[in-house]
Design a protein around this ligand. Structure first.
Ligand code: ZN
Length: 200
């Protein structure tokens, strides 16, 4: 189930991140929220999350259970400082705990040092469109599992990640991940998919 943190988190609560760090994430998030690509289901469970690489393997990510909020502040973000998707361990700090899907973001950053922004959205229409088309997709495995991590690595084993930076998560209903060299690029990748969907 979404919203359940499956990895082993070492979290040190600290003061909120600097506002300047989250500005590019937040402006993108506001647009995706307005389109319902980030939000919450009627049962209150949030979906969708965004992250941005800082330096090295550090990245900032929206906090867990923030999907229902139209706007976030630095208090709603976490800084991931180390991420080991093999042992399922994640180390983070900030005023909020990181999204339950932070480990998957870490796996995507591990594909290339050039990847500096990752967006995870939910959309039944776009997800079905991708699964029935010529888009990259994971096998039918659950999110937050070692199988999902292996699938992300597998689909990019013979594809340059930045040449095809979007995939559907077949075993994670409605789940889509895209990424780019910066936040704008990742957001444009998503709008490219939206344009393809609208023109079908
Ligand atoms: Zn999801």
């Amino acid at each position: 189930m979404e919203g359940v943190v499956k990895y082993d988190l070492t979290f040190s609560k600290s003061k909120a991140l600097k506002a300047s760090v989250i500005v590019p994430v937040e402006s993108c998030r506001a647009r995706l929220y307005a389109m319902g690509l980030i939000g919450a289901y009627p049962d209150g469970i949030g979906y969708g999350n965004i992250s941005r690489r800082r330096r090295g393997e550090h990245f900032v990510i929206t906090g867990t259970q923030t999907g229902h909020l139209p706007r976030l502040t630095p208090r709603h973000y976490a800084l991931v400082e180390a991420c080991d998707d093999r042992s399922f361990c994640l180390q983070a700090s900030g005023a909020a705990r990181p999204s339950s899907e932070a480990l998957t973001h870490g796996t995507v950053y591990g594909l290339s040092p050039e990847i500096r922004a990752v967006i995870h959205i939910h959309s039944m229409a776009l997800w079905r469109f991708m699964l029935s088309g010529e888009y990259l997709q994971t096998a039918n495995v659950e999110y937050g599992t070692i199988e999902m991590i292996e699938e992300v690595i597998r689909i990019y084993s013979d594809t340059d990640p930045l040449s095809n930076p979007i995939f559907a998560m077949a075993g994670h209903e409605e789940g889509i991940i895209c990424f780019g060299r910066d936040m704008d690029e990742a957001e444009r990748v998503l709008y490219g998919l939206l344009a393809d969907y609208l023109q079908q």
